[in-house]
Design a protein around this ligand. Structure first.
Ligand code: GRF
Length: 189
């Protein structure tokens, strides 16, 4: 199978990145991770680029110069999919337009509930019975693009923000790879 090329954008720990890298090494996974982009030069997740021997770049793509360099790089590499994995910058409208339908994100809530930050705090504070994560396409409105898939967890009475985050993140690692498979099986069917 000829795998498409994917670029993962990170800002932090990169635990979703590593889950995607591991899936991408499976024989029938539709993409390889060709490039990792971080806006933070000290992002812990960049260690995974080194461990797994994947090219990485550090860009502030909201700076015009970096934006142009990155666009060239993504085009030159023929990147088919951009996965945001804990990427903490808002992408410019221009960037989203250039890669329309090719950028996806993972968000730690059952969208459309709790867009933006502090999703675990909100779910606990509101005494929600369930929470989860969503993989969705990125459009020009924050956390509002078409949903690809969601995974749910039950919130117990003794859950804290920390325990809820851990539960949801475990689901995220499966959800992101499943969503990528789903996108390409839709394209190929
Ligand atoms: C994840 O929980 C994801 O839902 C959110 O940012 C977090 C990134 O964590 N968008 P990591 O860097 O993948 O460990």
């Amino acid at each position: 199978m000829v795998k498409k090329k994917c670029c993962v954008f990170i800002s932090g720990k990169g635990t979703n990145l590593v889950a995607l890298i591991k899936s991408s090494r499976e024989y029938n996974f539709p993409v390889i991770i060709d490039l990792i982009v971080s806006n933070e030069k000290n992002a812990k997740g960049l260690n995974f680029a080194k461990i797994f021997n994947i090219d990485y770049r550090i860009y502030n793509i909201n700076k015009k110069k970096h934006f142009e360099i990155l666009l060239n790089e993504l085009n030159k590499r023929k990147i088919s999919l951009i996965c945001l994995a804990g990427y903490m910058k808002i992408l410019s409208k221009e960037f989203i337009e250039r890669f329309r339908g090719k950028i996806i994100n993972i968000h730690p809530s059952l969208l459309p509930k709790y867009k933006g930050l502090n999703t675990f705090t909100k779910a606990i504070k509101n005494k929600d019975k369930q929470a989860g994560c969503t993989v969705h396409y990125v459009n020009k409105k924050l956390d509002s693009g078409q949903i690809i898939l969601q995974k749910k967890v039950i919130i117990n009475r003794n859950d804290t923000e920390k325990s809820l985050k851990e539960k949801i993140q475990k689901k995220e690692y499966k959800a992101y790879s499943e969503a990528v498979r789903k996108i390409f099986s839709n394209i190929n069917s």
